[in-house]
Write a protein that binds this ligand. Structure first.
Ligand code: SAM
Length: 431
């Protein structure tokens, strides 16, 4: 039964866990989660919730700061903005701490204590975000939310926003909307803005610069490895082009010789075609499976040249209900919750010798690593990327290799679903 004790305690932080909080232990052995701390620090913390197995506390004083603790530079953070929860960590140290969080998740959740996890790279520490989702306060100012209360904290500037979006944060006012999204194509300078509002709400916009396209279907173009990508408001895009280039090069590297020579690649959760347009060999074919209508429309445009040549299909379907075909390599980049068992079964039925999994939640990634192991795919190595500096978020890219077992014995008769060949799929562009 939960209680709300008032007491404080001195705690030594052992490590950081997925979600970014510090983990400490009371003398009783009970685990305490504390945000805003670093491994090795000794802090005085006030308990805010206490359950039988664990408690949560907030820092009152840092008695022994970590050598990588730094003063958050953002004035909005000082006013309670919860957008960047790791501004207290020296940017140069953030990737290393995130790689440790991935190792810990693989150790605890996937029971892989010896998994190889490399620290792969980071995007620039500031000004990197080309998409922002914001709240608005009562006066219409762009805001981010205060942790726990969710109260909007108005922003004058946002230090992680691309300068072309920071300008919108500063000048634009929006009344009547719940949330506002902003996007810029860094290579083209195109800007878009869309919002959600309660049914029937009268949304009023003020001081929107004339170049900004309005509405969820407004399009910007981004350039990644020299390829232009159309990205509509409702479609997913990485935190910025630097993130897109970093994750693309990491997927290519982990895909290895098998990806470089692949005849057929499945780009599962393919979005607007980021991987399909970049990592698939020139003479290979790609099947992009994606659930969002908006992203599929963008992908059809972005892959038009490949589709005309009969080397690409955009399949609008959930991965779970897609009928698998044989492939040489699968690249899978699911949303935060990860693949889960049904998608693992579908992707394993491609019998691809190599699967590259991209995950944005280390615990979900580790859970999927366990499911993939049960389906015959062993984690070879993983790479942690920092695509969201100043926040606890970490991207993991893993290479999984299919073991030598005969998949037909392992797959509960799912082989019956293989009658649809790649050639059929490529012609259909299934909707
Ligand atoms: C993290 S994004 C990755 C997109 C793309 N790989 C990229 O890097 O730009 C995940 C994508 O999966 C799509 N998605 C989410 N759940 C899905 C599902 N069950 N089946 C198919 N697509 C899904 C989302 O619409 C989104 O485009």
């Amino acid at each position: 039964m939960a209680s709300v004790p008032e007491h404080t305690a001195r705690l030594r932080i052992e490590s950081l866990v997925a979600g970014g909080d510090g983990l400490a232990r009371e003398a009783s052995g009970r685990v305490v989660f504390v945000p805003g701390v670093l491994p090795g620090e000794e802090v005085v913390a006030r308990f805010v919730t206490a359950k039988r197995d664990f408690a949560r506390a907030e820092v009152v004083e840092v008695l022994e700061p970590s050598p990588v603790r730094t003063t958050p530079p953002c004035p909005a953070r000082a006013r309670g903005c919860g957008g960047c929860d790791w501004q207290h960590v020296d940017p140069a140290a953030q990737l290393g701490v995130k790689a440790d969080i991935v190792r810990e998740a693989l150790r605890r959740t996937a029971r892989l204590p010896d998994a190889r996890v490399d620290a792969g790279g980071s995007v620039p520490s500031w000004g990197y975000r080309t998409s922002l989702r914001l709240a608005v306060d009562r006066s219409g100012r762009m805001s981010l939310r205060r942790p726990r209360t969710n109260e909007p904290v108005p922003l004058e500037h946002c230090l992680v926003a691309h300068p072309a979006l920071d300008e919108l944060v500063e000048v634009v006012r929006v009344r009547g909307a719940d949330e506002v999204s902003l996007r810029v194509g860094a290579a083209t300078g195109e800007r878009s803005m869309w919002w959600t509002a309660p049914p029937g709400a009268d949304v009023e916009l003020r001081d929107v610069p004339a170049d900004v396209s309005l509405g969820e279907s407004a399009v910007v173009h981004e350039v990644v490895e020299g390829r232009s990508l159309r990205v509509s408001g409702a479609s997913f895009f990485q935190s910025g082009p630097a993130a897109a280039e970093l994750v693309v090069s990491t997927v290519r590297s982990l895909g290895g010789d098998e990806l470089a020579a692949a005849g057929t690649v499945v780009d599962a959760y393919g979005g607007v075609g980021l991987f399909a347009t970049t990592v698939v060999p020139d003479d290979g074919s790609v099947i992009l499976v994606e659930g969002s209508p908006s992203a599929c429309q963008d992908a059809e445009v972005n892959l038009q040249r490949h589709r005309t040549a009969g080397r690409a299909a955009v399949v609008r379907s959930s991965v779970e209900s897609w009928r698998p075909v044989r492939a040489d390599v699968v690249v899978a980049d699911p949303s935060r919750q990860g693949l889960g068992a049904p998608a693992v079964a579908t992707l394993a039925a491609t019998e691809a010798p190599v699967m590259v999994l991209v995950g944005c939640d280390p615990v979900a990634f580790a859970r999927d690593a366990g499911l993939l192991a049960a389906a015959g795919y062993r984690l070879d190595r993983a790479v942690a990327l920092d695509l969201f500096p100043q926040t606890h978020h970490v991207e993991v890219v893993g290479r999984f290799e299919r073991d030598g077992r005969d998949g037909r014995d392992e797959r509960d008769g799912r082989d019956g679903r293989h009658e649809s060949t790649c050639a059929h799929e490529l012609g259909m562009g299934e909707k």
